[in-house]
Write a protein that binds this ligand. Structure first.
Ligand SMILES: C[S@@+](CC[C@H](N)C(=O)[O-])C[C@H]1O[C@@H](n2cnc3c(N)ncnc32)[C@H](O)[C@@H]1O
Length: 442
């Protein structure tokens, strides 16, 4: 680390800006906003001795002689100086900042790339909504109150955790400040029994970048995260540092960890006042027993919020370049599972009724599924099996549905995999061909 990061209290302190132009004006305004007593000296008017008594000096001059002389004077007097764009003449550098007063986030690349610093700032600006300002003020007020009342550090930490994982920020974002104040005040009381809540959250097909913004925020705030086996380590690393993770559910076609156990655990944790994220692969309501969890929690009087995720039923074909609908080829989709205990007749009916058939949990009995579909729509209908869609080890095999099981075995395609049957499958090959031909001709 080349620079030691600090925030300076410059209230009433003598600060000098030497130079002129937009940058000089901006620096002057920032210093004034921080309460400094700012003096501006134009490049022409600077004389040795002008910096006497200053805490901090910023030089925004194109004149190299001024840059050198101001640097020498400030160094000799031990004054902090920044000659803009002259790293060798800077005792400090100014970071890129995200302002959510009183929350202030400073970003530095130690001068390596101002572009990166401002790109990162733009990302943080989008991520941290305006509500973080009033939220920080509110938490600060509560902190002062708790300290005045001599509340122990452990209890204070409990109150801050409850505030972080609460809906106070959402209320502030919606402009409902009074409600937010009341909610925050109630949450800060450790004598009161606090009710927890559960979020049933979709983790998407695997790539952590496909999580929704809301899912990311809830993961960062959760006290407990009960997750499926298919949720990737990268996704779980988005959980807050204090979140406790519990793996529930088994990989593959086997029974998931007793649903009763999961329901009971969710109710137990939420009743103890915790904020629990139940994180499920794909969408929580698509072949994921999210509906059962919702019913159990609602019946137990627990607050529940449902956050949809991108289901693999759509992500798998999309990631393989297969459009699920396409003008002139497919205007209907049926999504089903090979494990649901539905009769072969039902699967055959769905295959006939839809232009595009999507079958989840298809890998372990692909042969049987493919046979039923082939019998219903003919063995030559195009099919594709996409495994580990959106992950680095994504693989696709395609061919006539009558042959897809043999091809999948030959290519050693593993679960989790999604089967797509319909004329749209050929579009992926057509697209791959045109992409390849563009590449070849460029
Ligand atoms: C128990 S279901 C859960 C479905 C999940 N709720 C959803 O909306 O994607 C599991 C099945 O989803 C499919 N699946 C999940 N992740 C997948 C992935 N990354 N690629 C392909 N298929 C996937 C497979 O068919 C797998 O057997």
């Amino acid at each position: 680390m080349k620079y030691y990061p600090i925030f300076l209290d410059l209230a009433g302190q003598r600060c000098i800006v030497v130079g002129e132009g937009k940058l000089a004006e901006e620096k002057t305004a920032m210093l004034a906003e921080a309460g400094a007593a700012v003096k501006v000296i134009s490049s022409n008017d600077y004389r040795l001795g002008d910096l006497a008594g200053a805490r901090l000096v910023i030089v925004a001059s194109e004149d190299e002689d001024i840059n050198r002389r101001t640097w020498e004077e400030a160094e000799a007097a031990g004054i902090l100086i920044n000659v803009i764009d002259r790293p060798a003449r800077c005792r400090f550098i100014a970071p890129a900042i995200v302002r959510r007063d009183p929350l202030l986030i400073a970003i530095s690349t130690e001068g390596e790339s101002p572009f990166l610093a401002s790109a990162l700032r733009a990302r943080l600006e989008r991520w941290l909504g305006r509500e973080w300002g009033p939220f920080t003020t509110l938490v600060g007020r509560i902190r002062r109150d708790l300290r005045k009342r001599g509340v122990s550090i452990t209890e204070q930490t409990g109150a801050y955790r409850r505030l972080m994982s609460s809906d106070v920020r959402s209320l502030l974002r919606a402009g409902r400040s009074q409600e937010a104040e009341h909610r925050a005040a109630a949450l800060s009381q450790s004598s009161v029994r606090h009710s927890g809540r559960v979020a049933l959250v979709g983790a998407g097909p695997g790539d952590p970048d496909l999580l929704t913004v809301k899912a990311r925020e809830l993961l960062a705030d959760a006290d407990f995260v009960l997750h499926d086996a298919l949720v990737s380590t990268e996704t779980l690393s988005l959980c807050g540092p204090d979140a406790r993770l519990e793996a529930v559910g088994k990989r593959g076609g086997g029974e998931s960890a007793s649903q009763e156990h999961i329901n009971a655990r969710l109710i137990e944790l939420a009743s103890a006042g915790h904020f629990v994220v139940r994180l499920k692969g794909g969408d929580p309501f698509v072949f994921a027993r999210g509906g059962e969890e919702l019913s159990a929690l609602t019946a137990a009087g627990i607050d529940v919020v449902v956050v949809p995720g991108i289901t693999s039923a759509f992500a798998a074909p999309a990631a393989a370049g297969i459009p699920t609908t396409m003008r002139g080829l497919s205007s209907s989709i049926a999504i089903t599972t090979a494990q649901g205990g539905d009769s072969a007749d039902r699967l055959g009916e769905l295959a006939q009724a839809s232009d595009t058939l999507i079958v989840l949990m298809a890998r372990s009995n692909l042969e049987e599924v493919a046979r039923v579909v082939a019998r219903a729509v003919g063995g030559s209908r195009p099919a594709a099996l996409v495994s580990n869609a959106t992950l680095p080890n994504q693989r696709t095999v395609s061919g006539p549905v009558g042959d897809i099981a043999r091809l999948a075995d030959r290519e050693a395609i593993e679960a989790p995999a999604t089967l797509i049957v319909g004329a749209v499958v050929n579009q992926a090959e057509a697209a791959a061909w045109s992409v390849a031909s563009i590449a070849a001709s460029s």
